[in-house]
Design a protein around this ligand. Structure first.
Ligand SMILES: Nc1ncnc2c1ncn2[C@@H]1O[C@H](COP(=O)(O)OP(=O)(O)OP(=O)(O)O)[C@@H](O)[C@H]1O
Length: 516
């Protein structure tokens, strides 16, 4: 079984190597040379903080670590550094990089946790899940050879799933040690997106931290506290409080200034909680330009089951562009020039590339030229997204690294940093969604809100409790003593822009106290 897997993997790797070399020599050159430069530029911009270095030291000692912290505290970049380190220690074949969502997995060149584990969509009881794993020789092999398992965006994984995977790990490795002795590196922020409801769960547990094995799974649980995405102290404080579902009078005033009854101009990205709205708005805007549409179809390679996984990733199956289309980068191209995941711009034209191999994606044989809002204008070439397994590429997708950017999905906003964004909060937003959106924007000047109602800023009580216990009593006391928190007897009433959401603060705060 092991040998077959190895042969398969080599065959796939060879196929991949030949196919990519046929696609585009320049893209490949840019990719391979680019990867080194990208890593260099990523690292050279970063002066690791003491808390980030502490985390790496724990990993170096072989500890299993849970890394948490608010949006923009550097969890993802630190995770990349940890992955590089672990691959040096265990070799690429012993390190498996996963994430709860395809988008997050894609950003780390990993795969979804479900696919690594071999449990399908995972919505089943333990016995059936184990049977599914045992039926897949590849999955059995992965569980046996993994030395270090990385799981990003843990907030979306349910308690039930976490417990089942821990049991599967022990079973597959024939070990009674927690997670069968795997070094576990888990990252995420439970104040952001919550788990999707788990039909197999009768225990009432929702979040992974409620799993019986949660505490035993980690030697260390660390909360990163320094925010890098934003630099304005007021904005950071507002975000920290929003994250915890707290509302202060000064926050309401700041958010009021971001509210408008009019939608901003179409160059500002609008965030929606549902994909169908995103597709509808982008499609309508594209057609309203009345320009010839150039279509790019993703080219995939690799094993069938892993190719399916690429569809859950960030690069679309099909991308439609035309002159004047607003677009957003979905990959870091050049961090120094601010051409990062989330950078927006406008398509200004199309060119015929010199290297004909880059034309495989579009029958029109053209590449888009984009004028980015930050200044540069450039031809955007196809990029490759890979799924690595044991150091080998087992599946890959080539596509133009752009999304239409009039509308964007909250769920695909992970890891993005935007200069300007708009959202209509009157649409249904669950726990954490408002915080996720507000924390994507660099400065408050770039934040445009409509339909705002303070009751939307809410944190799940279980999550609050979990972080209070992580931070210890000190932090709780600090919050309690904070004199600036709104007095419940405040009789003031604040009208938001558009005069649509008038409310009494005292009523609002009291209603929250009673859990309404
Ligand atoms: N020590 C550091 N010095 C300078 N910049 C840093 C440092 N750590 C992280 N950053 C930068 O901060 C930004 C946010 O980092 P990152 O995306 O890793 O945060 P995150 O915690 O994963 O956020 P989210 O929860 O929103 O995904 C990135 O541009 C990253 O390069």
């Amino acid at each position: 079984m092991g040998l077959n897997f190895f042969k398969d993997a080599i065959a796939v790797y060879r196929t991949f190597s030949t196919k990519t070399s046929r696609i585009s020599k320049t893209t490949r050159r840019a990719q391979s040379g680019g990867n080194k430069n990208k890593k260099k530029s990523r690292e050279s911009k970063i002066k690791w903080t003491e808390e980030q270095n502490d985390v790496l030291n724990h990993v170096r000692c072989g500890s299993s670590v849970f890394i948490t912290g608010s949006a923009g505290t550097g969890k993802s970049v630190l995770l990349k550094r940890i992955i590089d380190f672990l691959k040096k220690v265990h070799g690429s074949s012993g390190v498996f990089v996963t994430a709860s969502t395809g988008v997050a997995a894609c950003a780390l060149n990993g795969r979804t946790l479900h696919s690594f584990a071999g449990i399908g969509i995972g919505n089943d009881d333990y016995g059936n899940l184990l049977e599914r794993v045992l039926m897949s020789s590849h999955a059995c092999n992965r569980w046996r050879k993994v030395n270090a398992l990385i799981i990003d965006e843990i907030s979306v994984i349910s308690a039930n799933m976490f417990e089942n995977l821990e049991s599967i790990a022990r079973e597959m490795r024939g070990s009674q040690e927690v997670w069968g002795g795997i070094q576990l590196i888990v990252s995420g922020d439970f104040f952001q997106l919550p788990p999707v409801s788990d039909k197999c769960n009768s225990s009432g547990k929702e979040f992974a931290f409620e799993a019986d094995c949660w505490d035993a799974s980690f030697d260390v649980q660390v909360e990163l506290t320094e925010v890098f995405r934003q630099s304005d102290a007021e904005q950071i404080k507002l975000l920290q409080r929003t994250r915890k579902g707290m509302i202060y009078a000064e926050d309401l005033q700041i958010l009021e200034q971001c509210c408008s009854s009019n939608e901003p101009d179409s160059s500002v990205v609008s965030f929606y909680p549902r994909n169908e709205d995103v597709n509808r708005v982008n499609g309508e805007r594209l057609r309203s330009l009345g320009e010839k549409v150039v279509v790019y179809k993703a080219a995939d390679g690799g094993l069938d089951n892993q190719r399916a996984e690429l569809k859950q990733g960030i690069a679309p199956d099909q991308l439609e562009l035309c002159n004047g289309a607003r677009v957003m980068l979905i990959k870091n191209l050049n961090v120094w020039r601010n051409l990062c995941n989330g950078a927006t711009g406008t398509v200004t034209g199309f060119v015929e590339p010199e290297d004909k191999y880059v034309l495989h994606l579009s029958p029109d044989k053209l590449l888009p030229v984009v004028k980015f809002d930050s200044g540069p204008e450039m031809v955007v070439e196809p990029q490759v997204w890979e799924i690595l397994e044991g150091g080998l590429t087992v599946a890959w997708r080539s596509q133009i690294p752009l999304h239409l950017a009039w509308a964007q999905s909250v769920h695909k906003s992970q890891g993005m940093t935007l200069d300007r964004l708009h959202t209509d909060l009157s649409r249904s937003f669950g726990y954490g969604m408002v915080y996720v959106i507000l924390s994507r924007v660099r400065t408050l000047k770039g934040l445009y809100l409509s339909g705002f109602n303070p009751s939307m800023i809410k944190a799940h009580p279980k999550v609050l409790h979990f972080y209070e216990s992580l931070a210890g009593e000190e932090q709780c006391k600090e919050d309690e003593n904070n004199s600036k928190i709104l007095d419940h007897s405040d009789k003031s009433s604040i009208a938001f822009a558009g005069k649509k959401c008038k409310f009494s603060l005292s009523e609002f705060l009291l209603s929250r106290q009673h859990g309404k």
